[in-house]
Structure formats: structure tokens, C-alpha cells
Design a protein around this ligand. Structure first.
Ligand SMILES: [Zn+2]
Length: 360
């Protein structure tokens, strides 16, 4: 069979191809349905492909579509890797998680069926689903107009002005760091664990089995300069993990997310939660962020889609236009971009397999 274009046209094509490849290549398929529907009432699910025994001491997790619209890119990485028949030796269990936020992938959104940003929903056991940065409150009217999208509302100029007034770092942190008080707003973290969060919590022990050494590549897009990537780390990375990072991926490949740093810090992020779920194990979570357009374009696209989702009819021209803009913002159609990021992503998987294999 000739190689297919790895980039899927939509969630359903992506899932069909994922399931077919997983089974063709002799991996185990695990399907977890969610209680939400696709644009035409279709069933939705998180699908996992697993290779190698649960007794393996090491595990590589590759996940996509935590932010739905980023799944067009993240799933392409998985499909291409499966197509190329990339496997690890038996001591490394491989777990590919397709579409962690299936509703958002199917509707080309960043936010899920409850308007929750899944990567702000994984609060730790001692944290409350409440609170918002004061600057978010001040910017609520600008970020979340309660009307259909209007292309002429000068959003980019107005938010740029706010950045000059409050400081770019402060605005970035306040807007995107996560809020728990504006349920129809962007970057809303939810009022409790979402369906996806619960499904992942339930299945994670089975997915990783007995592995003590776990590397998790969670593919995202939209934050870095065009066609480049960074591995974003949580501040809790251990000295041993820094050694792993330096020798496996190189010392320029990662950045730590912290409130005062270059990369904003998010509440309810997936990584620290995964670590908390797996005490006593070496769980290295890497948010692999690939750059597309400017942060203003990505933010503006997410805002437009959110307005269209809440304040226009299902299937409206507004929604169609906003969804197309989301797909371009998070998975550009540029052939050069698609080729470069796919190569970099496959390379990250290779380096992870090699590192885990060589680990004592
Ligand atoms: Zn993302």
C-alpha cells in the first residue's frame, strides 16, 4: 500500500486510520467512548494503541489532541510512526493515545464539550477548581464578548495595547494560565474533573503497567516560532531527569514553565498530575510544543471559535469559518511546515525509544 498523507482531514478519518494501523501492526486497541457527540451525532472516543507486555519496566507514552484542534498535527505523528512500523524492544511498552479530547478534535476546538480547556483541568488533589487572575477579570469583556464573532472588532490591536499597559508577560500569564470562574470564557479550567480527565485517571495504571521509567511525549502546537519546537517542563523535574533530557534530546531542547519565566505557567496542567498519579516512579512528562503562527493569531482564532460556539447556531457560517481558522492556526496547510514538524516529532520518538532502551 502506498504511503498515505499522514495528516488527517478530520477526527473520524484520523480515528479510523489509527484503529486500522494499530490492529494491522499487531498492537492492542483500547477504545474509551465519551458521552458527547460529533457534529453529525457520531460516537466519540479516546483510543489507545499499546505494544509490548504490561510487565515491561519502561514505557513511552505518545499522546495527541489534548487540545482538540492540535490533534490534526499530533495524530499525524502517531499515524506516520505506526505506518513506518516503529516499535521498541520488548522491555519498552509503547502507548499511543489518540485524541485525548475527542469532542474538541471533532469540532476543531481547543476547548471540550463543557468548554473546559483540558490542559487546565488536571488540578492536583489539594487544589480547588476556583479563582482567576485579576487581570483576566479586567480583560473578560475583551476576551469573551457575548456576541457572534465580528472580524472588525480590532481584537489584536486592543490586546496588544493591554500588553503594553500591563506588560506582555503578565497578560500572557493572566490570559492563558487558566481561570475557573468564567465558564464560557477561553482557558476555563472547569468546575471539576472532565470526562477525559476521569477516563485517563481510570486507565493510566493499565496503560503504563509495571513500568518504573516512563517518558511521556504530549504533542501540542501553536506556541513556539514557526516550524520549531521546545519540550516544556514543569518546575518539579528532578536532577536525574535533567540528565536524561540533556543526553537524550540536547540541552537546548527544553524550557521550564514558571510564572516568572519566558513560558507561562498553567494551573491544572497534565504533566504534574501524571507525576502525582504515579508515586515512586520516574515519570518524565514532556509537553512537545510546536510553533505555528504568532501568539496573537492563535489567541484570536481561539477567541473567534469560542464566540461562534456559544453565540451562533450549530453549523453556522460563523462556526465553519472559525473552525477552518482553528485548523490553520494549529496545523498549518503549508507543506514545508508539515514536513519539518513531522520529521522533528518522529525524531523525538526515536530519541525517547533509544534513551529508554539504553537506560539501565
Ligand atoms: Zn496545546
Amino acid at each position: 500500500m502506498p504511503d498515505q498523507n499522514p495528516y488527517p482531514e478530520n477526527y473520524f478519518e484520523s480515528r479510523d486510520r489509527f484503529r486500522t494501523l494499530v490492529q494491522q501492526k499487531g498492537w492492542e486497541l483500547c477504545t474509551c467512548p465519551i458521552d458527547a457527540k460529533g457534529p453529525n451525532g457520531e460516537e466519540l472516543s479516546i483510543d489507545a494503541g499499546i505494544l509490548n507486555p504490561s510487565s515491561a519496566r519502561k514505557c513511552l507514552i505518545v499522546s495527541s489532541g489534548l487540545h482538540g484542534a492540535e490533534g490534526f498535527f499530533g495524530a499525524a505523528v502517531q499515524l506516520q510512526s505506526l505506518q513506518m512500523n516503529r516499535t521498541a524492544p520488548e522491555q519498552v511498552r509503547m502507548v499511543y493515545l489518540h485524541a485525548l479530547s475527542p469532542f474538541a478534535f471533532a469540532h476543531s476546538r481547543r476547548f471540550n464539550e463543557d468548554n473546559v480547556d483540558p490542559n487546565r483541568n488536571f488540578l492536583l488533589r489539594n487544589e480547588a477548581y476556583a479563582g482567576s487572575p485579576p487581570t483576566y477579570r479586567q480583560l473578560d469583556d475583551l476576551l469573551n464578548p457575548q456576541t457572534a464573532p465580528n472580524r472588525w472588532d480590532c481584537f489584536k490591536a486592543r490586546i496588544a495595547f493591554s500588553c503594553i499597559r500591563h506588560g506582555l508577560g503578565k497578560v500572557k500569564q493572566a490570559v492563558a494560565g487558566g481561570q475557573y470562574d468564567f465558564p464560557k470564557g477561553i482557558f476555563f479550567g472547569g468546575h471539576g474533573p472532565s470526562q477525559s480527565t476521569k477516563i485517563i485517571a481510570q486507565h493510566l495504571p493499565m496503560w503504563i503497567g509495571d513500568a518504573q521509567e516512563i517518558v511521556h511525549l504530549d504533542f501540542h502546537s501553536g506556541l513556539m516560532p514557526w516550524g520549531t519546537y521546545q519540550l516544556l517542563l514543569d518546575p518539579l523535574v528532578t536532577p536525574l531527569q535533567y540528565q536524561q533530557l540533556n543526553s537524550w534530546y540536547g540541552n537546548n531542547s527544553y524550557k521550564v514553565s514558571e510564572p516568572s519565566g519566558e513560558v507561562y505557567f498553567t494551573r491544572g496542567g497534565f504533566g504534574p498530575w501524571c507525576v502525582q498519579q504515579t508515586p515512586g516512579r520516574n515519570y518524565l512528562y514532556l509537553c512537545a510544543e510546536f510553533g505555528t503562527y504568532s501568539i496573537l493569531e492563535v489567541l484570536s482564532a481561539s477567541r473567534e471559535e469560542n464566540q461562534a460556539f456559544h453565540y451562533t447556531a450549530k453549523g453556522s457560517v460563523h462556526q465553519q469559518r472559525a473552525q477552518a481558522r482553528m485548523r490553520e492556526a494549529f496545523c498549518p496547510t503549508s507543506e514545508e511546515w508539515r514536513r519539518v514538524v513531522l520529521q522533528q516529532s518522529l525524531d523525538l520518538i526515536e530519541k525517547s525509544i533509544r534513551g529508554l532502551t539504553e537506560l539501565g
